[in-house]
Design a protein around this ligand. Sequence first.
Ligand SMILES: [Zn+2]
Length: 443
Amino acid sequence: MAEHLRDTLETHDWEEILSWQRAQLPGFVARLRERSPFYAERLAEADADLDGAGWARVPFTVKDDIRRTQRERGPEDPLLGPMQGVPDEEIAQVIGSSGTTGNPTFFGLTARDLDTWRDSLANWLAIAGVGPGNIVALTTGIPMVAGGMPYADAVRAVGATLAWIGGQPTERQAQLMDLLRVDVLMGTASFVGFFAERCAEVLGKPAPRLHVRTILAGGEPGIGNPETRRRTLEAWGAERISEVMGMCDVMAGMWAQCGQGDGMHFAASRNVHVELIDPETREPLAWADGVEGEAVYTTFTREATPVVRYRSRDHVKVLGMECACGRRTPRIACIGRTDDMLIYKAMNVFPSDIRDVILGHSGHIVERLRIRKASPDQVRFDDPIPVEIETGANVGDELAAELAEAVRRLLRVRVAIEWLPLGAIPVSSYKNALTYVPEPVTA
Ligand SMILES: [Zn+2]
């Protein structure tokens, strides 16, 4: 039976949705050129056929454009730099990226942006299984990020009860989870796992004896892995885990897994145009089952800090274009960040692929694993890629060779497996438990 659909646009044929979106693009670009000094220059050449083939010739925007224009902002420039699309006084809220590298970048929301975000994020939550009757814990402790107030607004808008427990010590958060009978937990994939352990310690009873039944996990590609999903469900005694994904540069939640549990649907059709491109040739790819490419976004309704053909660096795979839930927006899996890709001899490989093969072939003995790099920006490996695996089990060379062989057979790259005792991967990496550790580690 089809789920309750909050946004009926999603039952339309995807090509129909795309052509409706394309019809919005020429007007959006025209308005943007009048208001944003950056885009007036960047889009000066973009003219012909913007609702058709001409769109593919419109220049991309990249993360560095945002960083650079904010860094080089002069005293006369708009608050958020020359990309800004409205006068300063129309910006109702500033949010910052939660990125751990470099200087923070900022994004703005006008009063109208706040409305479109609230509605779009509420739809995103609805797809992930949140609605009236749910008590939702928001564990974000930083007010300035997109996972703060925008998420809180969306939880209320979808009709659920907001329990914003973040920003307090984890002991207190654990007590509140129990006292307030929280049944939906949102957080990064690894935080959700870590939090189950902390709740058990603090409350003196296993996390499944709390009330959590639905988990929304995102922020890291790890939760797409079946073994990680199984463990996370088991840790909480939960019934459903919905993988979610978004970017504050574009829309803080754009992809969400429906009750069918097979990939994430696009959840922002009314506000964001999404394309797939080949990251090498930068040519657009058609939406179809099995296609892999980089997601590129255009925020055709965003006023304060819009983006045009923004390269996400997220490498995604289309799992399907139809779904039993009734939605006809594409379902995808996020395979990894284009930036994270490693090269072994001439083979490209994502750390998440290596992780998935190892988790799939090692039973339940892997506690954490990570790829060891010689320097933070190492991408190329001429020797087997070092993979450190933390385990409490009795393991040896034979299993290491078996796992390395599975990786070689399935991914055509060589890895060198090194066993580490429990607790050997530093606590600073703990938030990334069960996943590839994105912060590179010096050998
Ligand atoms: Zn679905």
